[in-house]
Design a protein around this ligand. Sequence first.
Ligand SMILES: *Cc1c(COP(=O)(O)O)cnc(C)c1O
Length: 459
Amino acid sequence: MTTEFRKLPSVDQLLSHSLINQLSASYPHAFVTNLIRKQLDDARQTITAGNRCPSLNEIAEAVVSRARKYTATSLRPVINATGVVLHTNLGRAPLSQDAIDAMRRVSSGFSNLEFDLESGARGSRQAHLEGLLCEVTGAEAGLVVNNNAAAVLLGLSAHAKRKEIIVSRGQAVEIGDSFRIPDVMRQSGAKLVEVGTTNCTYATDYEQAITPSTAALLRVHSSNFKVIGFTNEVSIEELVTTADKHELSVFDDLGSGCFLETTAFGLTSEPMVQRSIAAGAALIFFSGDKLVGGPQAGIIVGKKQYVDKLRRHPLARAVRIDKIRLAGLIATLIHYVRGEATAKIPIWRMIATPVAEIERRACVWAEATNGLGMVIDGESMVGGGSLPGGTLPTKLVVIGQGGKKASPLVINLSRALREWQIPVIGRIQDNAFLLDPRSVLPEEDATVCKALEELCRRS
Ligand SMILES: *Cc1c(COP(=O)(O)O)cnc(C)c1O
């Protein structure tokens, strides 16, 4: 073994290797020698584990790929052909061109983020957006923070610390990625009082749980599952009436925060922000990057006195939104004010695309598969914590249908597409590989076809 250790090249030997020389032309000397030392450490471990000493070439190549790993960003664009329009793992909502332009403009130089151009004095970053939020939702006041989890945490911390919050047992839910309503409440210092049963909760259940320590009644939109069969939920209107009787307020965690009537697109009904405002909820929380179709954000709208208290809370600073996403969100809200959401906001363009148009695109995709794929009927999902159980009719390109298990063709093709220059992500269902044009921007069709042509020719 010691003889193997003696074969290890020196740092200087590696530095004069031609591959490392090329590397040294683009990177600082200290960076390159640091990579070499790390690679030599790895080689020592390999030898300790009882293996032979890697050759000079092998070590030099490993140093180069180490450098590549550091400097290539691992976060990059993919094409979402899963048919899930709001895919949390694929980054939720893609942004409109106006939103992207606004974000670029505000990030490439300075801005009046917290500067009032009229008076020359300090301004508020929230002021740029609050008027728009109120216009779109009908609220008295609005505030934007980092994300919806932060919005709920801030709302409960400011209004319910050391007090009780009453929530239906059917709504004390986990949203995913370990966001659990009961945990967030505990973190805020509020005490959770669960009422009703998993499937049925009535107004009287809330009333019987009210004590002098009650801060508010909370509704949580069960955004990622559906209870079917014998069920009862208290509507937001009835919840507010119940709270009013006891001079209490209602907080509403809507999750996806929809501004448009989803039934107009053949979807199930998703609770709208405007309805909660009209019903009289004091605070409403929702995400910026779910059905709003903007950048990641937590949006809070409601009654002025309730929202104002949040602005002054110490947590507000810890969870505040940055200028870039603020600019993107403003541009997104302007689409709603102008009545052009379904034409300009990508997720709404996808939801509103007629099946005939999807079929036309699916046929073009299928033609690129060298006879491997055909077009069939299917369902797209909105996803991302909205419209549980709600699907949209679509057309899919299917490859390798009818097997008892997924064939090597299906497995290899799905992997090859994932590893394509711009990864194309489909889904495997009933052992077949499926691609859904609904969640793909039409501008990306050419890339999908090129990948299919190349890879299906090889298969
Ligand atoms: C998605 C969701 C959240 C979390 O929102 P983020 O913006 O991801 O932090 C909270 N509550 C509900 C009901 C949700 O659907």
